[in-house]
Every structure is written in structure tokens, then in C-alpha cells.
Design a protein around this ligand. Structure first.
Ligand code: NI
Length: 137
């Protein structure tokens, strides 16, 4: 059976502050720049969720993309959209919310939720120019 990868894109808007309490205020400012702003700031994030599987003979789908959208909304987007990623999101608690750390945390939540489909890649866009990808490890 052919295996195909399908991808759904979802958007969310959220505030954060990048800060490592183990570093000095000056080191944090130098390292994180505007993202260290003490009173938060926002990003318009995009999350591309890819799952792979065999094409179902009856439906012609790997997974119904509406089903995938609902799963991602329930487990991730509804928890992060219009929230403060440093304080409001249970699965990001105590994490410095860089795009790298966010994408790994999202994977750990979503990977079990999409089974039997196989999560193969998350691509998290923090700006139009910057994205990170995670394929699990
Ligand atoms: Ni930022």
C-alpha cells in the first residue's frame, strides 16, 4: 500500500518572553534581544502538522484532515491561542518558550493523540522568515 504524508496548517497568536533565570539580566538581553522584553510580546505562529500512513481504500485518505485539524485544535491550539506561553499553558510550564522548545513540547502532546496515524513532522513558524522542524527522537 502506498504511504502518503499529509499536512495541515494551523495558526495561533500568543505572547511569550524568552528568559533563562540561570543567566544574568544582561546576558538574557544580549542573548534574546526583543524576545527578552520584560512585559511580553506576541508572535503570529503557524504550525504545520504532518502525518503519514497508508491510503485507506474506502476513503482514499491517510487521515481525514478535518479530524486532524480537530485533534490539533483540541490538544494544542486551543491551549496556546491568545495565551501567554510562559504562564498559561500546562505543557509548556517551566520551559523557556523558544520555537525549538515549543515544537518539542507540542510533539510530546500530539504524537500519542494522532494514533493510529503517525506524526512525522512538526514545523513551527515564529515569523515569516523563521521556522523550526521536529521529527521526534
Ligand atoms: Ni519572541
Amino acid at each position: 500500500m502506498p504511504r502518503v504524508t499529509v499536512t495541515r496548517r494551523l495558526n495561533f497568536n500568543a505572547a511569550h518572553r524568552l528568559h533563562n533565570p540561570a543567566l544574568s539580566e544582561q546576558e538574557n538581553r544580549e542573548l534574546f534581544g526583543l524576545c527578552n522584553s520584560p512585559n511580553w510580546h506576541g508572535h503570529n505562529y503557524r504550525l504545520d502538522v504532518s502525518v503519514a500512513g497508508e491510503v485507506d481504500e474506502r476513503t482514499g485518505y491517510v487521515i481525514d484532515l478535518k479530524v486532524l485539524r480537530d485533534l490539533v485544535e483540541t490538544h494544542l491550539i486551543d491551549k496556546m491561542d491568545h495565551k501567554n506561553l510562559n504562564v498559561d499553558v500546562d505543557f509548556l510550564r517551566a520551559i523557556n518558550p523558544t520555537a525549538e522548545n515549543i515544537v518539542v513540547a507540542c510533539w510530546r502532546v500530539l504524537e500519542p493523540a494522532v494514533k493510529p496515524a503517525a506524526l512525522t513532522k512538526l514545523r513551527l513558524w515564529e515569523t515569516d522568515n523563521n521556522y523550526v522542524e521536529y521529527e521526534g527522537e
